[in-house]
Design a protein around this ligand. Sequence first.
Ligand SMILES: [Cu+2]
Length: 173
Amino acid sequence: MQSGAAMLFLLVTVLWTAVLWWVAARAGAAAPYERVSPVIGRIRRLGTPAVVVVLGIAFVVSLAFLPYASSRAARLGEPTVHVEVTGRMWAWELSQTRIPRGQVVEFRVTAADVNHGFGVFSPDGRLVTQVQAMPGYTNRLLYRFDEPGVYTIRCLEFCATGHHLMQAQFTVE
Ligand SMILES: [Cu+2]
């Protein structure tokens, strides 16, 4: 059975290679694109580098907005408030549930059992920041809360039957 499958694979590979060879041999030399279509040729010649430059600039500029601790620290400054967070089926444990507004907070997020998603929702229900909670690993999440109120933590990673119950709250004051 296995050797039959191997022979079939070999046969298809040889046939496919022969077809490609045959097509390549008949194709001849490539014609310059400008002669085939001058307008599209010009768009390709000028447009491709322009797209690469624009996307390259967008990539470099957007690096500062990545949700990683190092890029957030560069933008927000070093954290002055530290909150230890542990996710477990199906609850969140926080070392403190009162957070001063306007200060850079570092959440040190881990999990006690399986992977969870640490998602922080503003008082009006918007997801404002999130990070993965993983067993055996601590993720740093930096954020500055400018609006006071009661924020809700919801698990964003399906973690079995009690997942929808996995919520907690903290107050920014
Ligand atoms: Cu979950």
